[in-house]
Write a protein that binds this ligand. Structure first.
Ligand SMILES: [Zn+2]
Ligand SMILES: [Zn+2]
Length: 352
């Protein structure tokens, strides 16, 4: 594979300024992308160079590109990457040129901190994050750290599987670690990018699933994704959950912390309130937490093997990510639709 001297990247020169992060702002500054030609560097020890085939735009990119998670600018975001290895350093003894691979949120770990020594790579004190601490996949080429590279089968569609590298693995990996009894009730709050995958994964894992949202237009789609019921969150969804005996797990996928206190009464005894959404402060009542042994917890995403499992599960059990495809030229449009909550359900940049 011959390498070009430069590659196109969707560069954001300076962080946007949003009232979401600073309510006192007089003037918001929107995130603006510029397509730039960047000199292509060969990978050094510990890295592989990937030619990107498809790259998802995630809700987290809004946080990243508004400077909320400490990225250095100019910056290239993107952490839902599928591509092919285009170059490796001489030291590389595992990955080969031509391998189909992916890069998710988890972009690398140190192997030596106490969390890494315990195998808890997601908790690494020096965790690298693709498209956050490193430049990401909204570009024709990306450098990925070898220990976090995800092996992707060549017979899955790169565009519809790219979002599995973040949205998919986040809901899959969190749900499979909640120890919910088979046949239990999982309530998914929010039917968007994360939520539509959570409904499908939970259903295919063998749980009864109800979806909770506020847009009546989502009802039919939620049922199609595998929910057995849809509750409007503005019509006391917690009461509806109680009528079903309470949810063994409520999964918050909507960026609305108020839903925690609203929905907690719908949690079953011994149930877990799981958030995979960055939803600000929330109130979780300690009385039922103690008396009814309820738990509140979050979950970040997954390491390489978790992403490989999430892809394998999706392929074998028919979890399908609903996507809209864009070209790199259309990155601004693709991002703005995510920022405005209009994506149905994930936007993916597809490269030629
Ligand atoms: Zn993400
Ligand atoms: Zn570490």
């Amino acid at each position: 594979m011959s390498l070009p001297p430069t590659f196109k990247a969707a560069v954001v020169e300076t962080a946007g300024k949003s009232k979401l992060y600073d309510p006192s702002l007089q003037q918001e500054v929107p995130v603006k992308f510029e397509l730039k030609d960047i000199p292509l560097k060969k990978p050094t020890y510990g890295y592989v160079l990937v030619k990107v085939i498809a790259s998802g735009v995630c809700g987290s990119d809004v946080h990243v590109l508004n400077g909320a998670v400490g990225s250095q600018f100019p910056h290239v975001a993107g952490h839902e990457i599928i591509g092919e290895i285009a170059a490796i350093p001489e030291t590389e003894d595992h990955w080969q040129i031509g391998d189909r691979v992916g890069g998710g949120w988890h972009g690398g770990h140190c192997h030596f901190c106490k969390y890494c020594k315990r195998g808890e790579f997601l908790l690494c004190e020096k965790e690298a994050v693709n498209g956050v601490s490193m430049w990401g996949g909204l570009a024709e080429y990306v450098l990925l750290r070898r220990e976090a590279v995800v092996s992707v089968p060549k017979d899955v569609d790169p565009a519809s599987y790219a979002p599995i590298l973040c949205a998919g693995v986040t809901v899959f990996n969190s749900l499979r670690n909640m120890h919910i009894r088979h046949g239990g009730l999982v309530a998914v709050a929010g039917v968007g990018g994360l939520g539509h995958l959570a409904v499908q994964y939970a259903r295919k894992m063998g749980y009864k699933v109800v979806a909770i949202a506020r847009d009546p237009a989502k009802r039919d789609e939620a049922l199609k994704f595998g929910a057995s019921a849809y509750f409007d969150r503005t019509h006391n969804a917690a009461e509806e959950l109680k009528k079903l005996g309470g949810a063994d797990c409520i999964v918050l996928t909507a960026n609305n912390g108020n839903l925690v206190s609203q929905l907690q009464p719908g949690l079953a005894r011994g149930g877990t309130f799981l958030t995979v959404a960055i939803a600000g402060n929330a109130t979780f009542d300690t009385v039922p937490a103690v008396v009814q042994k309820q738990a509140f917890r979050g979950w970040p995403c997954g390491s390489a093997i978790d992403s490989e499992d999430a892809i394998d599960f999706a392929k074998n059990f028919g979890v399908e990510c609903a996507i809209q495809k864009y070209s790199l030229d259309q990155i601004q449009e693709a991002y703005d639709s995510v920022d405005q909550g209009k994506a149905r359900y994930r936007n993916v940049i597809v490269f030629q």
